[in-house]
Design a protein around this ligand. Structure first.
Ligand code: ACM
Length: 748
């Protein structure tokens, strides 16, 4: 018999008295996720399924009974017979229970699942489902031990956003995710179905939205092939019904006024200048947003009319984030509208836009949800704020008496790497912002994890990003996330279920931590394995030689002492299919470890490891968040690199700049290099200027200006880097400070 003591409070309701049980004990180690508020169990058999299974339940639970019937048949080959009288399983809604609570008792050959509502009963079914499905051996499935469980979620809104626009995920994958959300008692699928890069929902009144807007030139194909897809109304009805059967509310997000290039490309009249644009096949924020004209409002009302017919949810998400105002500022129409409406600037025009749409939706019985950018004094009182730029938007919303949903980038972004947000970090998330009053706390409806899919081209990547982090989120959103080690011990059983469902989950945390050390003796790399049962393979390539693969056994890795080399690392749980691949590049140049004097500080977020980061021989990769890039925001940069003890002449200098104008990282306007032997008198050696067209190129790449010259004695190298200063007028972030990202200064 289990004899584990716990502190949870057991609440008994009629028909579920624990006095008839053999001895039951608090068992915090139930395998259920999210952890129930109370779980008592013994090792006696509670029910066995050997003699046929009958079920009774009230008429209001018709759909839940059907669901359970199907589940037991499909997953456990148990047939469930519906019976009016005697039965093994009873489902019931009890009027005296809190609406969102459920309770299960399993004893004396009876399993009773009670809830305060059909949704609560459904959650009870999922607890039962988990207990059955997570058993070690198939042979154990014919019975369940005695237990009593009571459970109430802390938050009523437990969701996940799925972006099906940046990449398209067919209906079957959406249905699979609905099942998985239900398994973890999540109850909202926030379906992001319109974006710059795609419009994915069929709209009868505007067929070009999907004829044109659902397709873009495939940036990864060489032959101009189109990438895309969309959901027909029939698909959507099927998905919505499937979700409703699982008590998952689908909240559609129709983005406005920004992130709307796909719609503008289908109907250029929606934009301010009427120009034909193509559906972007690149990531970022785009400036062709809806123009606040009568045409646009009629369009959006018609679209939303069709959306409301498809989605029974009380809520429509209207986006509202990241809307550049360039087109509105250029537009005579917008300037006149602002005058007529007494609006001071384009931000007020955005509020005017959002409020107009909110009014329309409210008239039709819907409540709007918007990203925290929509929060302002004029915003309709009923609007719900989804806080993503930290917790502040949510805190401000609830302090003003509004409701909020929390999705801060710090904890809830599943597209972020494990380096930024690992399973333990999500597990520790508390949706309540600091210093909330009890009243404010009550207005935090719950939280969502956001799965943006710019870099998620397929189901395998999607699974590896979402799992196991979503499982940790489910416990955080349920509010029983008090013990990460207990969570981990329960998680093991869940991997078996994910395997069975074909989910290619990723790692719990970053597989490998890397520490590089550069000194007079060269560069060494120390890897640390972070997983529970890790396996790491690495190999080195240098010049034209590739070392054979090595199994990592804790050894220090020495980087070859010649020009360039690369270290390939692949690490993961021994048993897992998904491995994490890393590539580190090195350049062992002559001025390794030279010190750098900076005219301006580098960003606290992009440090390249600190003051030695530009001469440590470790090169920044194509991921600008890899920790090896130094970022400078808006400033010109003057560096003096000092190598006082060398008597060797130098004859070449090169350096790497990162370019990703989508994220405001621009090439430098110019670079000038000069040398000195005393640090006072400098002689200019060479200069480089970026061509204007270099500033316009989108996508991520590395530019490496290099200078060769006749050998010259030098102990000091001065590098004057001119930042373009402000993001150019043609860019969607026009007039914001521009970044320069710099890494190794390679001197030979
Ligand atoms: C967002 O991540 N732009 C809401």
């Amino acid at each position: 018999m289990n004899m584990i003591a716990g502190a949870a409070i057991f609440m008994s309701v009629s028909g579920c008295e624990n006095s008839n049980f053999s001895e039951l004990n608090q068992n915090p180690n139930s395998i259920i996720i999210p952890q129930p508020t109370s779980f008592l169990s013994s090792s006696e058999v509670g029910i066995s399924f050997e003699n046929g299974v009958k079920i009774t339940g009230g008429d209001s639970l018709f759909s839940e009974i059907n669901y359970l019937q199907q589940l037991l048949k499909e997953e456990h080959q148990i047939s469930l017979e519906i019976s009016k009288v005697s039965s093994l399983i009873t489902l019931e809604v009890l009027g005296n229970m809190p609406q969102n609570s459920h309770q299960i008792s399993c004893k004396n050959q009876e399993l009773k699942i009670y809830g305060g509502s059909p949704e609560a009963v459904f959650n009870g079914i999922q607890s039962f489902h988990q207990l059955l499905v997570l058993k070690n051996k198939a042979s154990e499935i014919s019975s369940l031990s005695e237990f009593e469980l009571t459970d109430t979620p802390k938050f009523k809104w437990r969701g996940m956003l799925l972006d099906v626009c940046r990449h398209y995920f067919p209906k079957e994958i959406v249905l699979k995710y609905i099942d998985l959300l239900a398994f973890y008692k999540m109850n909202v699928l926030h379906w992001h179905i319109t974006e710059d890069q795609a419009w994915r929902i069929a709209i009868d009144a505007y067929p070009k939205l999907t004829e044109i807007g659902a397709w873009r030139e495939d940036a990864s194909a060489e032959n101009g092939a189109l990438y895309g897809g969309f959901y027909s109304k029939e698909d959507i009805r099927e998905i919505v019904e499937y979700a409703a059967d699982r008590h998952i509310q689908i909240v559609p997000e129709i983005e406005m006024p920004g992130h709307s290039s796909a719609a503008v490309s289908a109907y250029p009249e929606l934009g301010c200048n009427g120009e034909q644009i193509s559906v972007p096949n690149d990531w970022g924020v785009f400036k062709d947003i809806y123009c606040p004209t009568e045409y646009t409002f009629k369009f959006l009302e018609t679209v939303l009319g069709e959306v409301m017919e498809l989605f029974p949810s009380d809520y429509v998400h209207i986006g509202g984030d990241e809307a550049p105002k360039t087109r509105w500022e250029e537009s005579v129409f917008c300037q006149n509208l602002m005058k007529t409406e007494g609006l001071n600037d384009c931000e007020e025009l955005q509020s005017y836009f959002i409020n107009k749409m909110a009014e329309y939706l409210e008239k039709n019985g819907k409540t709007i949800i918007g990203w925290d950018e929509i929060l302002n004094d004029e915003l309709t009182e009923t609007a719900i704020i989804q806080s993503w730029r930290g917790m502040d938007g949510g805190k401000k919303a609830v302090s003003e008496g509004r409701n909020a949903i929390m999705s801060p980038t710090s904890h809830c972004y599943l597209d972020y790497s494990l380096k930024a947000i690992d399973t333990e970090k999500i597990y520790g998330f508390d949706p309540i912002p600091p210093n909330c009053t009890a009243e404010e706390e009550a207005r935090i409806l719950g939280a969502e994890c956001n799965m943006w899919t710019e870099h998620v081209p397929d189901e395998k990547t999607l699974d590896s990003k979402v799992f196991p982090r979503l499982i940790a989120a489910s416990e955080a959103f349920w509010g029983t996330n008090t013990d990460y080690n207990s969570f981990l011990s329960r998680l093991d059983a869940h991997y078996r279920y994910l395997d069975k469902r074909g989910v290619l989950y990723g790692n719990e945390t970053v597989a490998i931590s890397i520490e590089t050390k550069t000194d007079k003796n060269g560069i060494t790399v120390q890897l640390t394995e972070n997983l529970r049962d890790p396996e790491t393979i690495y190999s080195m390539s240098s010049a034209n030689t590739i070392q054979k693969e090595n199994t990592f056994t804790g050894n220090l890795i020495e980087i070859p002492k010649n020009a360039t080399s690369q270290l390939n690392i692949s690490s993961g749980e021994k048993s897992a299919e998904n491995k994490e691949d890393l590539l580190l590049s090195f350049n062992h140049h002559a001025w390794l470890t030279a010190s750098t004097d900076y005219s301006v500080p580098y960003s606290d977020y992009y440090t390249a490891g600190g003051e030695d980061g530009l001469t440590d021989g470790v090169l920044g990769s194509l991921d600008f968040r890899d920790g090896y890039w130094q970022g400078f925001f808006g400033d010109d940069i003057d560096l003096i690199i000092e190598n006082p003890n060398t008597d060797k002449a130098i004859s070449s200098v090169s350096m790497n700049f990162y370019r990703y104008i989508n994220s405001w990282i621009f090439p430098p306007e110019s670079v000038v290099i000069s040398v000195s032997t005393d640090g006072k008198m400098f002689t200019e050696l060479d200069a480089y200027s970026s061509a204007e067209e270099e500033m316009h190129i989108r996508g991520q790449d590395i530019l490496s200006p290099s200078f060769s010259f006749s050998p010259v004695s030098a102990n000091y190298l001065k590098v004057n880097i001119k930042n373009i200063g402000k993001v150019p007028h043609w860019h969607e972030a026009s007039s914001e400070p521009a970044w320069v990202f710099l890494d190794e200064i390679i001197i030979n």
